[in-house]
Design a protein around this ligand. Structure first.
Ligand code: ZN
Ligand code: FE
Length: 237
């Protein structure tokens, strides 16, 4: 297998991911060390790289505990280096990152934070707090226009791409999504699936981009103004 990805629940509702290719292992985001160390040991993998999506504590707090046991290269946005942990490789939009035999591309998805980045590999995109399953991150630092534009960069990836997002917020997102598109049949089916999965304690992440395109109201907003209206409604939901 050229590619293996492990989803690791962390903290209350965060996800970290281990991406393994050709003997190299990369972690995407470091919410906490314990569950990541456990997963590495179970797989018998070393930690070679850590890819950071953004500077929020629930995405970087696990680093010290990981650095106590491994010496990975830390990769993050060059423009955010002042508020990220020490970076070994500082990247900008369009830069390529090699993990084993895989090549990923950095996408600037500013909005939740400015200089938030996503990592797009063939078949898998790691979106942090930009695109969520049936949702998107709160716009804390950027503008609504910026976040809308960022989501549209993700929308044009191949539709069979799996979306690995940073939080399990899908059940709440599902309830909100139905208020925006109550007659969307694909959404109705998906909400039932999400309820079943969450009742069974199963992660709803990753999700298929084509399904997000059919059901995620934030991706489906026709322009920045409609996006802003939906995002503001979600903030009050
Ligand atoms: Zn965040
Ligand atoms: Fe977060």
């Amino acid at each position: 297998m050229t590619l293996e990805i492990i989803t690791i629940p962390c903290r209350t509702n965060n996800y970290a991911f281990l991406l393994h290719s050709n003997g190299t292992t990369a972690l995407i985001d470091a919410p906490e060390a314990g569950p990541v160390l456990k997963a590495l040991k179970e797989k018998g993998w070393s930690l070679d790289m850590v890819l950071l999506t953004h500077h929020h504590p629930d995405h970087i707090d696990g680093l010290p505990g990981l650095l106590a046991e491994y010496t990975p290269k830390i990769i993050g946005a060059a423009k955010d280096a002042h508020r990220l942990p020490r970076l070994d490789i500082a990247v900008n939009e369009g830069d390529e990152i090699e993990v084993g035999s895989l090549t990923g591309r950095v996408i600037d998805v500013s909005g939740h934070t400015v200089n938030h980045i996503a990592f797009a590999f063939p078949g898998a995109v790691f979106t942090g707090d930009s695109l969520f399953a049936l949702g998107c991150g709160r716009v804390f630092e950027g503008s609504m226009e910026m976040m809308h534009e960022s989501l549209q960069k993700l929308a044009v990836l191949p539709p069979d791409t799996m979306v690995y997002s940073g939080h399990e917020y899908t059940l709440a997102n599902a309830k909100f999504s139905l208020t925006i598109e109550p007659d969307n049949a694909a959404l109705q089916v998906r909400v039932k699936d999400v309820e079943r999965l969450r009742t069974a304690g199963i992660p709803t992440v990753p999700s298929l981009l084509s399904l997000e395109l059919a059901t995620n109201p934030f991706l489906r907003a026709k322009d920045a103004a409609e996006f802003a209206r939906i995002r503001q409604a979600k903030d009050k939901f």
